[in-house]
Design a protein around this ligand. Structure first.
Ligand SMILES: [Zn+2]
Length: 103
């Protein structure tokens, strides 16, 4: 199970965007990838009538391997590993292995 989900802030650990942070727009579970805002931006040529009204070059955010992403803890602001903990009421919660706070 992947520990990253939509709306999480992540930091890129590998590749051309290494060190950048962005918000997860979408998680592609089957592919093990995620689309992250402003990260892994590629230029794409389009013809009118496909994805754009006018022909030209558009920027698209290509999915990036989740193995190359680290969750940024909302509490301590550091890229961290996440653990899963079962709460007293039986629900699963993620927690930050750096500061120990639930995230
Ligand atoms: Zn933390």
């Amino acid at each position: 199970m992947f520990r990253i989900k939509a709306d999480d802030t992540v930091e890129v650990r590998k590749g051309k965007d290494r060190g950048k942070r962005g918000k997860v727009r979408q998680v592609l579970v089957k592919e093990g990838r995620a689309v992250v805002a402003e990260i892994n931006v590629m230029k794409k040529h389009v013809k009118p009538g496909q994805e754009a009204r006018q022909a030209g070059i558009i920027d698209i955010e290509a999915p990036i391997q989740m193995a190359n992403l680290a969750l940024v803890c909302a509490k301590c602001g550091k890229p961290t590993k996440v653990g899963t903990r079962i709460l007293e009421d039986g629900t699963k919660a993620r927690f930050c292995k750096t500061c120990g706070e639930l995230t």
